[in-house]
Design a protein around this ligand. Structure first.
Ligand code: ASP
Ligand code: MG
Length: 440
């Protein structure tokens, strides 16, 4: 069994959906195809929910009507026969009728999740109408039958496994299955989701649940690159990454893959391939157990970082100091990304300022606190990088002109992270592209 996941832009236009149909019928291997909502749809559904939450039904209605018009146009170009068109039309009508009913009832968080689910329900059903018109044998597997999360919003992989197996058994002889990304059921049995961009997570979970041969993530870029193509002129696609390297890259800013989505595939050792729908022959990036090679593979940057420095002479020779500091962050459910300590000071970074004021207030009794916002973490990722000779000297030589305020080295074998003011991010990435890869 092979998993193929297509994101919003890969199904966002009728002709793109046609290309997806071609890609999934190229070989004979059994497949589960995971689809996102058409590009723009989830954003529109969020706007509908926001308008309703604010009590503005007129605005919500405007968003609904605009989105409906978009789908009516979409299906005209998606199918050719009248029979298929009538089917697609009634699917669109059914889902927009649902949204219009919601307009009239009292809004709740659970209802909002129902609204958000409409995008993936629509994309998969419409795609199946197209497949049927083409005479491609397939079955629609409703994700709400098997994709479940617990009361902490964590996917329940063992349960997903048994439920998915049961859903598959209902369709003997079928080799092509279509299912929704992103949506799931929560511990209360209500419709919920795996958070924005969660379709990658669905794909990885489904791949783990059925021990797939490969989990293919199809987007519109040819795999992960060694640097941010929006910032440096020349980048190279990375052929192979280990799961650890990929997780670090995804977390530290590489936009191509959702950061949480790696662990299920990693747990079941299912290779993940990042492929490009616009260039299906390109090799893309394979993520697997083995890193393939040693040394620097990529650089990524994450913005919106806040550095907090706590300076205290009381820390000298004291024990339990760090615990007390960490407890403050724990209390406000704010995770720390980087940390450096000296005998009299601790610096930490966070990427979420929701509780910054309270955190600083509670840290004040421990020492002198300074806060610096608008920082960026620049991460150099590669297998065994911390053990690669010369890497540190090369790094600092390259960055002689950059005011580096924190360095994290040795926490992971695959990563060296530095903190720089965001104003220096562009020059840092450009300098490193040259210094570490010899690229412009
Ligand atoms: N449609 C959802 C979103 O836009 C999930 C996804 O595309 O992965 O966030
Ligand atoms: Mg998306």
């Amino acid at each position: 069994m092979k998993i193929m996941k297509f994101g919003g832009t890969s199904v966002g236009k009728p002709e793109r959906m046609h290309s997806v149909a071609q890609l999934i019928t190229k070989d004979e291997e059994s497949k589960i195809v995971v689809l996102s909502a058409l590009s723009g749809t989830t954003n529109a559904l969020v706007s509908i929910g926001d308008a309703l939450a604010a009590g503005d039904r007129t605005l919500a209605k405007q968003h609904i009507d605009k989105l409906e018009a978009h789908y009516q146009q979409f299906i005209k170009e998606l199918v050719t026969t009248d029979a298929a068109y009538q089917k697609a039309k009634s699917i669109v009508a059914e889902h927009f009728e649902f949204l219009n009913i919601i307009l009239k009832i009292s809004f709740s968080d659970a209802l909002n999740k129902d609204i958000l689910a409409q995008g993936e329900l629509l994309s998969t059903k419409l795609f199946c109408v197209f497949l049927e018109e083409k005479g491609v044998s397939h079955a629609l597997l409703p994700a709400l039958e098997f994709m479940v999360i617990d009361s902490n919003d964590e996917p329940l992989l063992p349960l997903i496994k048994t439920r998915l197996a049961h859903s598959l058994e209902q369709h003997p002889g079928i080799k092509l299955f279509i299912t929704q990304g992103y949506i799931c059921r929560n511990a209360r049995g209500e419709v919920d989701n795996l958070k924005r961009g969660g379709s990658d997570y669905t794909a990885s979970l489904v791949a783990a649940a059925c021990n797939a041969s490969v989990c293919e993530i199809w987007t519109d870029i040819d795999g992960m690159h060694n640097n941010d193509p929006r910032i440096v002129k020349k980048t190279l696609p990375i052929e192979q990454l280990s799961f650890e390297e990929a997780a670090e890259l995804a977390y530290f800013g590489a936009k191509i893959l959702h950061p949480t989505c790696i662990w299920p595939a990693q747990q079941e050792k299912v290779p993940v391939k990042l492929l490009n729908t616009m260039q299906p022959e390109a090799a893309g990036t394979t993520i697997r157990e083995e890193a393939g090679s040693v040394g620097v593979k990529a650089i990524a940057a994450k913005d919106g970082i806040i550095a907090i420095n706590i300076k205290s002479s009381r820390m000298l020779l004291a024990y339990g100091f760090l615990r007390k500091i960490f407890e403050v962050f724990e209390k406000y459910r704010t995770s720390i990304d980087m940390i450096t300590t000296s005998e009299v000071a601790v610096s930490v970074t966070i990427d979420n300022d929701v509780h910054l004021k309270q955190i600083v207030k509670e840290l004040e009794p421990f020492g002198h606190i300074t806060v610096e916002d608008q920082q960026s973490i620049v991460s150099v990722v590669g297998n065994e990088i911390a053990q690669t000779p010369d890497i540190l000297s090369k790094l600092f030589e390259t960055l002689a002109a950059v005011p580096v305020s924190m360095v994290s080295y040795g926490g992971s074998k695959h990563n060296i992270s530095i903190l720089v003011p965001s104003a220096y991010k562009t020059s840092t990435l450009q300098l490193l592209n040259k210094g570490l890869f010899g690229l412009e």
